[in-house]
Design a protein around this ligand. Structure first.
Ligand SMILES: NC(=O)c1ccc[n+]([C@@H]2O[C@H](COP(=O)([O-])OP(=O)(O)OC[C@H]3O[C@@H](n4cnc5c(N)ncnc54)[C@H](OP(=O)(O)O)[C@@H]3O)[C@@H](O)[C@H]2O)c1
Length: 215
């Protein structure tokens, strides 16, 4: 039995988020979740508390921060992110609130096509981003701005970024491991499992690594 922890999850109704909260609840933890449409979260568990609200309104969620052991963001809104850096604005609000309440650990799930500050994407990944994944450009830029902000202005916190590569919502294809240079096309389930293990891993603090299946 794991020690019972409290997770605050943003994006719990999303494709990765719903696997994440199911796993955390199965493992015996308490989960606080923010959702614009709570009815999209169909899980029913005494460990789960769902709050209606939006990340762009801190009044909706700021009081969920105190007492959280781990904060996890698996957020995306492709259309809005074409013109607005909503995730960056949210993380800029969240970090000072975490500091005020002594909450230190935060995992942000980004994508493998987002550049780590100070590093380049491989030519292959750039080509993929500029063609097949072009419609997600706003999301990549928003995720990159979050990574820059955390790197440059939140070095006092225990954040980590998971640069996920996701291809399907199928069953597990294996166990993902942290990698600075390899990325796998994984399932949402496996990415949720990786993010769950990684947010508790002190060795992942202040990294922006990708996830890759164990060989
Ligand atoms: N999908 C992929 O193939 C893929 C691949 C690699 C990396 N990623 C990255 O993984 C992360 C999560 O992606 P995903 O595909 O798992 O997510 P998703 O299915 O697109 O879900 C996004 C989540 O964000 C929530 N959200 C969006 N705007 C919100 C707001 N204003 N207030 C509150 N909640 C809001 C959504 O809530 P609602 O239910 O209310 O909309 C939903 O729960 C993103 O950073 C993405 O770039 C995704």
């Amino acid at each position: 039995m794991n020690e019972r922890k409290t997770f605050l999850v943003f994006g719990a109704s999303g494709q990765t988020g719903r696997h994440f909260i199911a796993l955390a609840l199965r493992e015996g933890h308490a989960v606080r979740a923010l959702a614009r449409r709570p009815d999209k979260i169909t899980l029913d568990s005494p460990g789960l508390t769902v709050r209606r609200g939006s990340i762009d309104n801190p009044a909706d969620w700021a009081d969920l921060v105190p007492g959280a052991d781990y904060i996890v963001a698996m957020l995306g809104d492709k259309e809005t992110q074409k013109t607005k850096m909503i995730n960056t604005a949210f993380v800029r609000e969240l970090v000072p609130i975490m500091r005020r309440h002594g909450v230190t650990r935060f995992l942000y799930q980004a994508g493998g096509l987002s550049r780590v500050p100070g590093r380049r994407l491989s030519p292959l990944l750039w080509a993929f981003r500029a063609t097949v994944a072009r419609s997600f450009e706003g999301q990549h830029r928003d995720n990159e701005a979050v990574m820059r902000y955390l790197t440059e202005e939140a070095a006092d916190l225990e954040w980590m970024v998971h640069r996920a590569g996701i291809g399907s919502d199928g069953p597990s294809k294996g166990t993902l491991e942290r990698s600075a240079d390899r990325i796998s096309i994984a399932t949402f389930r496996d990415c949720a499992d990786y993010s769950y293990r990684t947010v508790m891993d002190a060795g992942a603090v202040r990294t922006c690594d990708a996830s890759s299946y164990r060989r």
